[in-house]
Design a protein around this ligand. Sequence first.
Ligand code: NAD
Ligand code: TYD
Length: 369
Amino acid sequence: MPERKTVLVTGGSGFIGANLVRRLIQNYRVVNLDRLTYAANPLSLADLDTHPAYEFVHASIADRERVSALLTRTQPDAILHLAAESHVDRSIEDAEDFIQTNVVGTYVLLEAARGYWNNLPQGRKADFRFLHVSTDEVFGSLGANGYFSETTPYAPNSPYSASKASSDHFVRAYHHTHGLPTVITNCSNNYGPYQFPEKMIPLMILNAISGKTLPVYGQGTNVRDWIYVEDHCRALQLAFEKGIAGETYVFGADTEQVNLDLVHKICALLDEIAPVDENPLTRGRGLNTYAGLIRFVTDRPGHDQRYAIDSAKARRELGWSPREDFESGLRKTVEWYLSNPKWVAQASGGAYSEWMQKNYAWRAHKEAK
Ligand code: NAD
Ligand code: TYD
């Protein structure tokens, strides 16, 4: 086996991280640093446990000593930073963990990376990359027209996006002040396998198949620009392999969907794959379609209306373009959740159910009209 370069992925046991690790393990030695919060699922990468090029390290990015020792021992050529608290709704309930991980944790990781990078020999120092994976939510909310791009001013609206914006600014500052070769990426909403089922698409799939209601916030008119997670992971690989230090790249797949339309698409796929009258959890309840489970519930406070990305720079400068068509990507995603009950049981058990019962006071299943 030819000598592999080493990448340190933070948050590799989460949704995008697990998909990224699966992609990179084909060509890189991958060290996955993850604290294994509620959002991580050890089953996502269980088959890599014995892979000779994979190492899992259970630690927090906010643990300066562990992170510094890990960098010295594993000698990565790049750090791909995905670890974060990532759910807007949770950040509305309590932003503390978002500040500790997304802001303080990113700062600690940057400091450790700076110390390590400063001691690298010249060639490796120039080639090193700190890739910071962020979100388009830092740009705020769009009206009916326009797109986010690399030059859009920051205007975060939720505690989650405020914490991500703060981390983006620290990354930018470490490049500007200390010369750390950073690349920042801001991506639109991801969907696909291994996404924790508190996020919209897996939540709707799993609620529907279990015969539970489908809570659409407000009137369901909000718009998200969806990208298949594998397209994002390919973009991230290009960003750290080809991206210019100090630059930002935004990624999106030109797939805007109105929330309510998207829920109807998920229901239509389920009607075809697992018809309500053949599903013991929905049969005999007077439902003709899973869409009969849709309920309009109290809106999310501060709910951003629309996100949409103009990824012309990434297409031009990184040679990237999305490959997955939304209809086929959504079908693959629905099929993946229906085919992986063990993964789903692990993700939806214990802490998640408990948290769902205690929180979401504002989201009580109350008809909006
Ligand atoms: P996720 O919530 O599924 O996974 C986050 C992972 O980070 C988990 O494995 C968790 O255990 C780990 N983690 C949390 N705190 C940690 C800490 N202190 N130390 C080490 N590990 C820790 O998130 P995701 O959806 O995979 O998102 C990954 C990154 O991409 C995040 O930075 C997020 O802001 C960004 N992003 C996500 C989306 C999206 O649609 N999901 C879109 C754009 C950007
Ligand atoms: P989400 O997956 O939480 O991503 P984000 O808030 O980061 O965009 O939500 C996607 C959209 O779906 C968002 O407009 C909120 C809406 N939504 C619902 O209507 N119902 C739900 O149960 C969830 C989780 C989200």
